[in-house]
Design a protein around this ligand. Structure first.
Ligand code: HEC
Ligand code: HEC
Ligand code: HEC
Ligand code: HEC
Length: 395
C-alpha cells in the first residue's frame, strides 16, 4: 500500500473515531430521551450546583392569614383563606404542594413544582395536566431542576414551559430571556376548564397588565371562584411577579432582569466566575447589592423595607375596606329584599375591587418590584369599593 493511501485511510479512521466520540458526548449532554438531573450536572458545574442546593435552607414557614385577619371574609368559600404560606425555597415546592391543606384534584397543580412534570408535558402532551394528582405526584423525583431553565443543555437559558412560549408567540423576542426564565412560573396564569392546561391571558408587553387580564378572564369565564358570602364570581390572581416587574411604572425593567437582582455574579476561590443559583432575596446577596450602589448609595435593606411597609399598610387598609364592603353586600343579599338586577352591578364592583387588591396581595415582592403599579391597583380597588358602597346606600 502506498504511503499516501495509508495516510488517507488513517486520517479517515481518525475522523470517524472523533465523530463517534463527539456523538457519544453529544448524546450524553443532549439526551432527548430523558431528563438530565441536577445531580448529573454536579461535576461539570459545581458552583452552580452548590449554590442551587442552598435553597433548601429557605425552609421557614410563615402563614399569611395570621397577618391579615380579614382574609376569611375576602376568600370566603375558597381554601386560600385557610392555607396560604409565604413562598419558600424552590426545592421545597414539591413538599409544600403535597402538604398544603388546599385540595388539588388534578396534576396541573404540579405545573410549577417539578422539572419531571414539565418534561412529561413536553414529551407526552397537555393531557398530563388533567391526570389524577396523586398518581402523577408519586412519579416525580426531580425538583425545580436545571432542566426547567436549561432544558438538557446544562448552561444555555431555555424556556421549557410551553404555555409561556405559546402565549407570547412572535412577541417573545421583545422579552429578555432571563425574565422569561423566571416568568415561566412567577406569573399570572389560569387553567383552561376544558383541558386543565395552564394558559396565560395576554400575548405580549402591550396587553400584559391587570386591566387586560381581568377583562379577558371575565369575557372567557376563566380562573373563577364563587365567593362564599356574596356569590360573586371572581378570578383569583395567582402570583404576578413577572407582570408586575415588567409592568407600567417599573423603575428597572429596561436595564435589569430577574437574574441581575436574584442571582448575581460570584467568583469562586479558584477564580471561576459563575451565576449564583441561590434564588432568594437580593438583600442577602452582597455581590448583587454592590451593583446597586451607583444609583442607591444608602442602606438597601432599609430602603426596600420602607417601600414594602408603606405598600403593605395600604394593602391592609384597602383589604379591610374590601372585607367591610363584602360583609355589607352579603347582608343585602341575605335580606332577600333585593332583586338579582339590583345586586348585579354591586357584585361586578366586588369582582373588580377584589381582583385589583388580589393582584397586589398575591404578588410576592410586597411593592419592591413596582410600587407605582401596586398603588395604582390598590387605588382602583378602593374606587370600586367606594362605588359599591354608594350603590348600596342608594338602594
Ligand atoms: C418551575 C417554576 C419556577 C421557576 C421557573 C422559578 N420559580 Fe421561583 N419559585 C417557584 C415556587 C413554586 C416557589 C415557592 C416554593 C414554596 O414556597 O414551596 C418559588 C419561590 C421563589 C422565591 C422565594 C424564595 C424565598 O423564600 O426566599 C424566589 C426569590 C424565587 N422563587 C425567585 C425565582 C427566580 C429569580 C427565578 C428565575 C431565575 C425563578 N424563581 C424561577 C417556582 C419557580
Ligand atoms: C430557575 C431557573 C434556573 C435553574 C433551576 C437553573 N438555572 Fe442555571 N441559569 C439560569 C439563568 C437565568 C442563567 C443566566 C444568568 C445570567 O445571565 O446572569 C443561568 C446560567 C447558568 C450557567 C451559565 C454560566 C453562569 O453561571 O452564568 C450555567 C453553567 C448554569 N446556569 C448551570 C445550571 C445548573 C447546573 C443547574 C442545576 C443544578 C441550573 N443552572 C439551574 C437559571 C436557572
Ligand atoms: C431591581 C431588583 C429586582 C429585580 C430585577 C427583580 N426583583 Fe424580585 N425582588 C426584589 C426585591 C428587593 C424583593 C423583596 C425582597 C425581600 O423582601 O427581602 C423581591 C422579591 C421577590 C420575590 C419574593 C421573595 C420572597 O422571599 O418572598 C420573588 C418570588 C421575586 N422577587 C421574583 C422576581 C422575578 C420573577 C423577577 C423578574 C420578573 C424579579 N423578581 C425581578 C428585587 C428585584
Ligand atoms: C441605573 C440606576 C439604578 C440601578 C443600577 C439600580 N436602581 Fe433601583 N431604582 C432606580 C431609580 C431611579 C428608582 C426610583 C427612584 C428612587 O426611589 O430612588 C429605583 C427604585 C428602586 C426600588 C423601588 C422600586 C419601586 O417601584 O418603588 C427598589 C426596590 C430598587 N430600586 C432596588 C434596586 C436594586 C436591588 C438594585 C441593584 C440590583 C438597583 N435597584 C439598581 C435606579 C437604579
Amino acid at each position: 500500500m502506498k504511503k499516501k493511501n495509508y495516510l488517507i485511510i488513517l486520517s479517515c479512521f481518525l475522523a470517524i473515531l472523533s465523530i463517534f466520540i463527539m456523538a457519544c458526548n453529544g448524546n450524553k449532554n443532549n439526551d432527548k430521551n430523558r431528563l438530565i438531573t441536577a445531580e448529573e450536572w454536579k461535576t461539570q458545574y459545581p458552583y452552580q450546583y452548590e449554590t442551587y442546593m442552598k435553597d433548601l435552607e429557605l425552609d421557614e414557614i410563615v402563614s399569611i392569614p395570621e397577618q391579615y385577619p380579614f382574609l376569611d371574609v375576602i376568600y370566603a368559600g375558597s381554601s386560600y383563606g385557610k392555607y396560604f404560606i409565604e413562598p419558600r425555597g424552590h426545592n421545597l415546592s414539591l413538599t409544600d404542594v403535597g402538604e398544603t391543606g388546599r385540595p388539588h384534584p388534578k396534576a396541573n397543580c404540579l405545573t410549577c413544582k417539578s422539572s419531571d412534570f414539565t418534561y412529561m408535558v413536553n414529551t407526552e402532551g397537555v393531557e398530563v395536566y388533567s391526570r389524577e394528582f396523586n398518581t402523577v405526584y408519586e412519579q416525580l423525583n426531580e425538583l425545580i431542576g436545571c432542566y426547567t431553565c436549561h432544558e438538557n443543555t446544562g448552561s444555555e437559558v431555555v424556556i421549557t414551559h410551553s404555555y409561556l412560549k405559546n402565549a407570547l408567540g412572535e412577541n417573545i423576542k421583545d422579552y429578555n430571556v432571563n425574565d422569561l426564565s423566571c416568568g415561566q412560573c412567577h406569573c399570572e396564569y389560569y387553567f383552561l376548564k376544558s383541558t386543565d392546561e395552564a394558559k396565560l391571558a395576554y400575548t405580549g408587553l402591550d396587553n400584559m397588565n391587570p386591566e387586560y387580564i381581568l377583562n379577558f378572564y371575565i369575557e372567557n369565564n376563566v380562573a373563577e371562584t364563587t365567593h362564599g358570602l356574596t356569590g360573586t364570581k371572581i378570578p383569583k390572581a395567582t402570583h404576578p411577579e413577572f407582570e408586575t416587574y415588567l409592568g407600567e411604572g417599573s423603575k428597572h425593567a429596561s436595564f435589569l432582569d430577574c437574574a441581575d437582582c436574584h442571582m448575581g455574579e460570584c467568583t469562586a476561590a479558584d477564580g471561576t466566575t459563575f451565576s449564583d443559583h441561590f434564588f432568594t432575596t437580593p438583600l442577602d446577596k452582597p455581590e448583587v447589592l454592590e451593583t446597586c450602589k451607583g444609583c442607591h448609595p444608602y442602606d438597601m435593606a432599609e430602603y426596600v423595607h420602607n417601600i414594602q411597609k408603606a405598600v403593605e399598610d395600604r394593602t391592609i387598609e384597602v383589604g379591610q375596606e374590601l372585607a367591610n364592603m363584602i360583609l355589607a353586600l352579603a347582608a343585602f343579599k341575605d335580606s332577600g329584599k333585593y332583586s338579582d338586577e339590583q345586586l348585579q352591578p354591586i357584585k361586578d364592583l366586588h369582582r373588580e375591587a377584589q381582583w385589583y387588591w388580589d393582584f397586589v396581595f398575591g404578588e410576592n415582592s410586597n411593592g419592591a418590584h413596582n410600587s407605582a403599579l401596586s398603588y395604582d391597583c390598590l387605588n382602583k380597588a378602593e374606587t370600586a369599593i367606594n362605588k359599591a358602597m354608594d350603590l348600596m346606600k342608594a338602594l
